[in-house]
Design a protein around this ligand. Structure first.
Ligand code: AMP
Ligand code: MG
Length: 278
């Protein structure tokens, strides 16, 4: 059992209150079987989501560099049918993207009904990296929190199930992971000199995350803080959150499917009756 820390209303956040080394009563070995069984459940729930066509699912992943976004995506994608799932990665905005409002490129990638989209970084970069580097002032940042809240409320009103994950690692763990990338030629492609530079701004990033999470948490767009120093615990906590969130819709999706099935059978019967008369 691994539990994410759910933040679902605006509040003051202090990340220091949470332990990135949290691993509950789990261990690497026992978590593997648990993740396997959660993955099977998520797969079945996603099948229902895909067939019922009533909701979409948006998973937002934010983390410091080396925080585990890629590893999380690998795990989530392994659990779902790629037919109904996609990943959207957001990098430094292109000239075209930067010439629009900050949500323009984001809205183009939100999931349609029946689909699940994972955001690998997101609109939150526009209140994190931009704030830390002083590219926007405090007033603009606060306005952006409001725009984000309204945008996510609109998505939720359009039946988008939103889960926002902050993968929390410690500064020491980040150093370990950056050094591991340097030492392993097969991981070196992930290295970026920029990661060491951004690391110098660690405290400012933590402050920006605290403000962003605290300002934009909402019942229909909750944040989940995930202790991430132990990768298996991170995967377990995320899989549990996704399973629990989707499971709440199971009955609704099954009802929708039953209805669709009945309508299709009725149509088929009528079509056959029509062709018999002809
Ligand atoms: P990576 O995820 O390692 O490929 O790096 C992507 C880079 O793009 C990170 O350094 C992000 O901070 C940066 N990035 C993503 N979105 C934005 C944004 N809206 N404004 C500025 N930088 C961004
Ligand atoms: Mg990077």
């Amino acid at each position: 059992m691994a539990n994410a820390i759910k933040i679902d209303k605006p509040q003051k956040i202090r990340l220091k209150d949470y332990d990135p080394n949290e691993k509950g009563k789990t261990n690497k070995e026992s978590s593997e079987a648990e993740i396997q069984s959660l993955s099977e459940e998520i797969n079945q729930l996603q099948d229902l989501l895909y067939a019922a066509q009533t909701h979409s699912v948006l998973i937002v992943l934010q983390a410091p560099d080396t925080g585990g976004k890629d590893g999380t995506i690998t795990h989530v994608m392994a659990a779902v049918n790629p037919l109904g799932c996609s990943v959207a990665s957001f990098k430094v905005p292109s000239t075209l993207e930067a010439s629009h409002d900050f949500l323009w490129r984001i809205h183009q990638q939100t999931p349609g009904k029946g689909n699940m989209t994972i955001f690998n970084r997101s609109h939150y970069e526009d209140v994190l990296v931009t704030k830390v580097h002083g590219l926007i002032d405090e007033k603009t940042c606060k306005k952006r929190y409001d725009h984000i809240k309204n945008f996510e409320a609109m998505l939720a009103d359009s039946n988008t199930i939103i889960m926002k994950f902050y993968l929390m690692i410690s500064k020491d763990e980040q150093e370990k992971r950056l050094k591991a990338r340097e030492a392993d030629p097969s991981k070196a492609w992930k290295l970026s000199a920029g990661d060491w530079k951004e690391r110098e701004l660690w405290d400012k990033y933590m402050g920006a995350y605290e403000d962003a999470i605290g300002a934009t948490a909402a019942p229909n767009a909750p944040w989940y803080i995930i202790p991430g120093n132990y990768k298996w615990y991170r995967n377990l906590a995320i899989a549990t959150t996704i399973r629990d969130t989707l499971a709440a819709y199971k009955g609704e999706w099954e009802d929708a499917l039953k209805k669709i099935g009945e309508e299709r059978l009725k149509e088929l019967k009528e079509a056959r009756a029509g062709s018999d008369r002809a």
